[in-house]
Design a protein around this ligand. Structure first.
Ligand code: ZN
Length: 139
């Protein structure tokens, strides 16, 4: 069995953003030379997510509005977590809702997606360097 590991680094200039990282993951898969197996992609930070959905800007806007309604950033004093001196209590909650990781089947050297599926990095406490892990196993 072959095994491949890579860290992708991001530095999002805003507090919150969604980024399509499908091409970077496909590049990892090419590098791995794995034709059949599984590809795991996970955020290595507890205030960021990796998820699969549609690459449609209206939907990404809707996610942001929905998440802000669920867990507004302000006032930061509403979160007990922020009593530690942080201001990212909302970001931990948003990450929990949007998920930590995705697993995609690898078939014939390609990510075996449904028609509209793409991989996204969801940032909820940006403006610093953060990592995503890509692990691919198979043969
Ligand atoms: Zn925190």
């Amino acid at each position: 069995m072959r095994s491949y590991r890579k860290e992708l680094w991001f530095n999002v200039p805003t507090r919150r953003a969604f980024m399509n990282i499908t091409q970077q993951v496909e590049e990892c898969l090419r590098e791995s030379k794995i034709r059949e197996g599984l590809c795991l992609v996970n955020a290595m930070h507890i205030t960021a997510s990796v998820f699969i959905n549609d690459d449609e800007s209206g939907l990404h806007h809707d996610y942001d509005v929905w998440l802000e309604r669920l867990a507004p950033h302000e006032p930061v004093s509403q979160y007990r977590h922020n009593a530690t001196g942080e201001d990212n209590g909302d970001a931990h909650l948003k990450r929990q809702v949007m998920g930590r990781e995705v697993v995609v089947a690898v078939t014939d050297g390609k990510l075996d997606f449904g028609t509209w599926e793409r991989i996204f990095y969801g940032e909820f406490d940006g403006r610093r360097r953060k990592r995503v892990l890509v692990k691919i196993i198979g043969e």
